[in-house]
Ligand binder design. Structure first.
Ligand SMILES: [Cu+2]
Length: 171
């Protein structure tokens, strides 16, 4: 998004927030409520919000728990490992990676920090990890679409960083 659009949205929200706070600061009810009415109403609101929050929290938990990476991590225990070495300005990659099989890329770098970004045949980035010298990052992936996947460096690493690409086939 354009930064001037972000600024405009921010200014509108900020002005609305200031107006709301000024209104609240000057808000007065014509006839004050009795303390007991106020307490009863407060407890009612508290009960309502307690159950609302609980229901929403459980719904979000139930909907999102299958997306947690635990199953992927479990599958990667017995996965095939492929070594990836990033170096100014290219990658040492496997030529072919199997389809519908959990694989783990063991990613490292020889000189400086690089990025290891995998793009699907449609050109969308599907996953990425840092490639660092003297350290191996493990990136678990299961490819479900066959084709040629591009690898691009996602960390500025030097003068020819933009040209730092590679590819492998998934079949
Ligand atoms: Cu780079």
């Amino acid at each position: 998004m354009d930064s001037s659009v972000v600024l405009k949205i921010f200014l509108v929200v900020a002005v609305l927030a200031i107006v709301l706070l000024l209104w609240l600061a000057n808000y007065r009810q014509s006839t004050p409520l009795a303390q007991s009415d106020l307490t009863a109403r407060g407890y009612g609101i508290r009960r309502y919000w307690f159950w609302c929050t609980l229901i929403v929290a459980f719904a979000v938990y139930a909907i999102t728990i299958p997306a947690f990476p635990y199953r992927k991590a479990q599958a990667s225990v017995n996965a095939r490992h492929y070594s990836v070495i990033a170096q100014q300005y290219g990658f040492t990659l496997p030529a072919v990676v199997p389809l519908d099989t959990p694989v783990v890329f063991d990613v490292t770098a020889k000189d400086v920090n690089h990025g290891f970004g995998i793009y699907d045949p449609g050109g969308r980035v599907i996953t990425q990890v840092q490639a660092m010298p003297l350290y191996v990052n493990h990136l678990a992936v299961t490819f479900t679409v066959p084709g040629r996947y591009r690898v691009r460096c996602l960390e500025f690493c030097g003068i020819a960083h933009a040209a730092m690409q590679g590819s492998f086939d998934v079949k």
